[in-house]
Design a protein around this ligand. Structure first.
Ligand code: PEP
Length: 240
């Protein structure tokens, strides 16, 4: 399965950040490696500019969230159709930061994923356990319950990201044994065609090992996706 390396810029970046994407494209001499799908999810304010300016180079762009409704009285939200209109191909749904900051339940995440598919986007559905759940020995049970509640019925083109909450932005990563075990459990649920990404402090120095782990089909990268040189090194690890 072709790996997907997806960058989640979170609430970072203004128009000056365009230079970071230019630098990334320059590192790859103008086009993304053929063996890797590369996606950047900047703040939605930059999506149109990036997708119009850089899509010809094989880099794809997406959003970090969308609303489940097509339009209406939802101040501050954006719909999946708006993401498509801005040139997005993917949308992250159910990131743990949104689940925590905006009280998003599995049912809301599922509705967002279905709305994304309805608009022609590929949803990246995020799941992951807290440190408390892992310490209590409930990591797999937690993740499988999230999957049961969050995944859309249509698995076509779907991407799942396993992101242990305690590994996001902390510099801690799950061991490759733990990643392999969780990804195998997710694989049993989602079948052979769904890409399963790992996310949680993926950096240039751990990317090769993580990406070589069974059932890891790419990475969702936060902090390291903000720096072209670091993100490029992770893409190169997937291209090896
Ligand atoms: C993320 O935001 O999805 C993420 C994995 O962040 P980081 O790589 O910074 O841990």
């Amino acid at each position: 399965m072709k790996p997907l390396i997806a960058g989640n810029w979170k609430m970072n970046g203004t128009s000056g950040s365009r230079s970071e994407v230019e630098k990334l494209i320059e590192i790859f001499s103008g086009s993304a490696p053929e063996a890797v799908d590369v996606l950047i999810c900047p703040p939605v304010t930059l999506l149109r500019e990036f997708s119009m300016g850089f899509s010809d180079d094989g880099f794809e762009f997406g959003a970090q969230d969308c609303h489940a409704a097509q339009s209406g009285a939802h101040t501050g939200d954006i719909s999946a159709q708006m993401v498509v209109d801005a040139g997005g191909s993917h949308v992250i749904v159910g990131h743990s930061e949104r689940r925590a900051d905006h009280q998003e339940s599995d049912a809301i995440v599922k509705a967002k994923a279905e709305a994304a598919q309805g608009a022609g986007l590929i949803p990246i559905v995020c799941v992951g356990e807290s440190e408390t759940a892992r310490d209590a020995g409930h990591a797999e049970k937690t993740v499988l319950a999230q999957l049961a509640g969050s995944l859309p019925e249509d698995r076509n083109g779907l991407v799942v990201a396993y992101e242990p909450i305690w590994a996001i932005g902390t510099g801690k990563t799950a061991s490759t044994d733990d990643i392999a075990e969780m990804h195998a459990a997710i694989r049993r649920i989602v079948g052979d065609k769904v890409r399963i990404l790992y996310g949680g402090s993926v950096k240039p120095d751990n990317a090769s090992e993580i990406l070589a782990t069974a059932n890891v089909n790419g990475a969702l990268v936060g902090g390291a996706s903000l720096k072209a040189v670091e993100f490029a090194a992770i893409i190169q690890a997937a291209d090896a």
